[in-house]
Design a protein around this ligand. Structure first.
Ligand code: FE2
Length: 151
């Protein structure tokens, strides 16, 4: 099935579903580290039956952190790609230019969203260094979990 959309329709839809990063994370919207972050079908931690439930949840959350980095990397790639693409098409269809720039703005927002989630994760996961400062290294988080676990 193939559908055709116009840039005007795409822009109109994007404007109708506008959202803000602060609507999703920050303030009273905190990550709940008592719960898994990924669905089991994605995290597949139940298969790790040598871990207890808490350890499986920790692995689930570590995997979610990996997804944050992966998707953040993709978003960081998309933004300059879209900007390069739209630059050569600034004259012509105004809706196309606005739709592409709106897309770029959304990608910049996604980058900020993933960074905010990563910051919340790293502050709340319990990967503090001995100085009490939170670490920003996923590898260090994994080492901390590894040292605390029985496996
Ligand atoms: Fe995106």
């Amino acid at each position: 099935m193939h559908q055709q959309f116009s840039y005007e329709e795409v822009l109109s839809s994007a404007e109708r579903y506008a959202w803000r990063v602060d609507d999703l994370i920050g303030g009273d919207k905190q990550l709940d580290f008592a719960k898994p972050f990924l669905p089991e079908t994605l995290a597949r931690t139940r298969e790790l039956n040598f871990l207890d439930r808490d350890e499986q949840r920790n692995v689930n959350q570590i995997r979610s952190h990996g997804y944050l980095y992966t998707f953040g990397l993709v978003e960081e790639f998309i933004l300059p790609f879209v900007l390069d693409h739209v630059r050569s098409r600034l004259d012509g269809n105004d809706y196309r230019v606005r739709a592409m720039l709106s897309f770029a703005a959304e990608e910049a927002k996604h980058i900020q969203l993933f960074k905010r989630f990563r910051g919340e994760f790293e502050n709340g996961f319990g990967c503090a260094q001995s100085s009490g400062r939170p670490t920003r290294s996923p590898a260090r988080c994994c080492r901390t979990i590894h040292c605390r676990s029985r496996w």
